[in-house]
Design a protein around this ligand. Structure first.
Ligand code: ATP
Ligand code: MG
Length: 390
């Protein structure tokens, strides 16, 4: 049997003249998200709504994928009826039968977009409601707090009926706002920052620094799995794996210990800057949140920013850890992030990191290592992989 999903967007409706651009992008992203489903499925767009027609077997797999397509606010499995009141009544009865319990309360809620349909909405509510009560004497109407809502939308050619509404992520379609490079660790924060970038329409590539043999396969798998989760929202994530061992060892052996974290971040940002330019990316994203750890003081953020002219966006800057954890649970990155594998930074963390290093101190420390050479070598040895959504 054929099944139909109705998809709604939110913020795109406010886009004025640019609206078709956003709508087309969302159309493409919806098609891409459904690509590995068993055929057939068909996506159509009509007056601010998308309709996906597919098989009954595909319905829930499609729904699950669509719930991760940025730009989508909600999705409803819908049934259809012709523009005929009797047929609408019968279809409403079928819809209600799916969730029927004796004594159940309901309400009919009609939207008549097609003003040519001869009954006004309140009248349709009343007539369909009366029909449902006659068919199922155990039902009760409750207009304030109904257990089931029978939604009826009268449109140009068809009537759509639904009672379930599933949430999408909201935001904007990935790809409409440009491209960003996400500095992705194996921690809790940066995947959430990446998700927030995707949700605002940014297409992201990820850069991860690892320190073999101190960080092993487990750490890489963790980052690959995190990218897999993000790819469900962004379709495809290119992950760049940058070898950091040599740089870390040089800094460790030649520079003052308390400056270690800030110095490492400055090198990471220099490498990110160059990689971004090579990939034609204009913005960096990190998972930093103000004051969360001693390397995230304002002074440290200034020191880190100094080495790149690119804007560094930190979507989590004002979030508490609890709030970040909550999002990471929702987007399924949390169980991956807490897997116990060493990160290149936690391995060598100094006991008393400097919270207020001066730019002068940092520049002096950096003179002790062959910075340019190390950066070039790291860039040459970056390994890139593409992670597709499942
Ligand atoms: P996270 O949970 O994202 O690791 P955190 O609270 O542990 O964050 P830090 O370890 O200070 O904070 O890292 C701050 C930011 O620096 C991270 O959010 C990430 O964007 C970047 N970063 C840290 N380590 C790495 C790494 N190994 N590779 C790429 N980026 C990193
Ligand atoms: Mg970390």
């Amino acid at each position: 049997m054929e099944s139909l999903l109705l998809i709604r967007y939110g913020e795109i409706a406010l886009k004025g003249k640019n609206r078709p651009f956003f709508e087309k992008k969302l159309f493409k992203n919806i098609e891409a998200a459904l690509q590995n489903l068993k055929q057939p499925f068909q996506v159509e767009f009509h007056r601010g709504r998308y309709y996906v027609t597919t098989t009954e077997e595909n319905l829930f797999p499609a729904l699950r994928r669509l719930q991760k397509v940025c730009g989508i606010v909600s999705i409803s499995p819908v049934s259809q009826a012709d523009l005929d009141l009797d047929k609408i009544c019968r279809q409403a009865a079928r819809l209600l039968a799916a969730s029927y319990q004796p004594g159940m309360t309901f309400k009919v809620n009609t939207r008549r977009a097609n003003k040519k349909f001869p009954y006004p909405s309140p009248e349709i509510n009343r007539l369909v409601g009366a029909y449902l009560l006659k068919e199922n004497p155990g039902l009760k109407v409750d207009v304030h707090n109904p257990k089931t809502l029978v939604n009826i939308e009268i449109r140009e050619k068809k009537t759509y009926l639904y009672s379930q509404v599933f949430q999408g992520p909201g935001g904007l379609p990935v790809g409409v706002t440009g491209k960003g490079l996400l500095l992705l660790s194996g921690g809790i924060d940066s995947p959430v920052a990446g998700w927030m970038a995707l949700k605002r329409g940014v297409k992201i590539e990820a850069l991860h620094f690892h320190s073999p043999p101190f960080t092993g396969e487990g750490a890489i798998n963790k980052v690959l799995d995190l990218c897999q989760q993000l790819a469900a929202y962004g379709q495809k994530i290119t992950l760049h794996l940058a070898p950091f061992t040599e740089i870390q060892q040089e800094i460790m052996s030649r520079c003052p210990r308390p400056l270690l974290i800030t110095l490492m971040r400055r090198v990471m940002f220099r490498i990110a800057d160059r990689l971004a330019q090579k990939r034609k990316i204009t913005v960096l994203f990190t998972g930093e949140s103000l004051g969360q750890v001693s390397s995230q003081t304002l002074e440290n953020l200034v020191a880190i920013n100094e080495v790149t002219a690119l804007p560094v966006l930190r979507p989590l800057i004002g979030f508490d850890k609890e709030e970040i954890v909550e999002i990471s649970r929702e987007i399924n990155t949390y169980p991956i992030s807490i897997r116990p594998f060493e990160d290149c930074c936690t391995l060598f963390i100094p006991r008393h990191p400097a919270t207020r290093p001066t730019l002068d101190q940092l520049a002096r420390a950096e003179k002790k290592i062959a910075l340019e050479e190390l950066i070039t070598r790291c860039l040459e040895n970056i390994e890139s992989r593409t992670i597709l959504s499942e």
